[in-house]
Design a protein around this ligand. Structure first.
Ligand code: PEP
Length: 249
């Protein structure tokens, strides 16, 4: 059976003391849930977050990493460095990384390879822009993003991959894909995975939805058969809202 996952992406928010305060608020609310729960603090706070949460049910994950093991890449962080501070899972391909830091499918394929070579788990993000949806091109865009970054992998690699469909027009905009739009796209994604890797890989793959997911809409979105959880931005910065979303399962 595939896993249900709710991951909070804190983006470039929260300094060290704000991170500690949010973690304290989260710890006060943790209870056993069906979903795996993860939070992605900014890189400078990973070690502190890992230590604060290591005996809890919340996994600390990273927002990004570089594909090289080490070397002359000023300002970058490698898989090994993340692992050395307790991080086992990394978000790759977020639309903000693609849009503001020019991350291409080729670069993301290398990042995915580096993470998997280091036995890390990847939450791989992709999604169409508004113009793509308006022109009816959303499936092509999503299919190409997935194929270009992931389809060089062996089937066995997918046990360490989680997909996150994040329509760019819904991220941080307050506009959410309807549960039906999310379900249609998730079913399409599962179909293209099944066509290349078979039904077993496709059926075991968790596909998260991201884009203005909130306590008020999470239950309906998560009730769709191909939606296995959410990648949460804004609402993950508030412990009550985040746990209301986790408890939507
Ligand atoms: C995100 O950035 O991954 C995201 C889903 O953000 P938000 O929930 O704020 O739309």
């Amino acid at each position: 059976m595939r896993k249900q996952i709710v991951a909070g992406n804190w983006k470039m928010n929260n300094d060290l003391s704000q991170t500690e305060a949010l973690i304290t608020a989260l710890k006060a609310q943790i209870k056993t849930t069906n979903a795996e729960v993860m939070v992605a603090p900014t890189a400078t706070n990973l070690w502190q977050a890992y230590n604060s949460l290591k005996n809890s049910e919340i996994e600390v994950i990273a927002q990004n990493m570089h594909f090289a093991e080490n070397g002359a890449y000023t300002g970058e962080i490698s898989a090994n460095m993340l692992k050395s501070v307790g991080v086992q899972t990394v978000i790759l391909g977020h639309s903000e990384r693609r849009a503001y830091f020019n991350e291409t499918d080729d670069m993301l394929a290398k990042k995915v390879d580096a993470a998997l070579a280091n036995n890390m788990r990847v939450i791989f993000c992709f999604g169409e822009e508004l113009a793509d949806r308006k022109s009816g091109n959303e499936e092509n865009i999503v299919e190409n993003q997935i194929k270009n970054a992931l389809f060089h992998l062996e089937a066995s690699a997918f046990k360490n991959i989680v997909l996150a469909y994040e329509p760019v027009w819904a991220i941080g905009t307050g506009e959410t894909a309807s549960p039906e739009q999310a379900q249609d796209m998730h079913a399409f994604i599962r179909k293209i995975i099944a066509n290349t890797y078979g039904n077993e890989v496709a059926n075991n793959l968790s596909i998260l939805y991201g884009g203005s997911c909130k306590p008020t809409n999470a239950k309906e979105i998560f009730s769709k058969p191909d939606v296995d959880g959410g990648l949460i931005g804004g609402a993950a910065l508030n412990a009550d809202d985040f746990f209301a979303i986790v408890n939507a399962f």
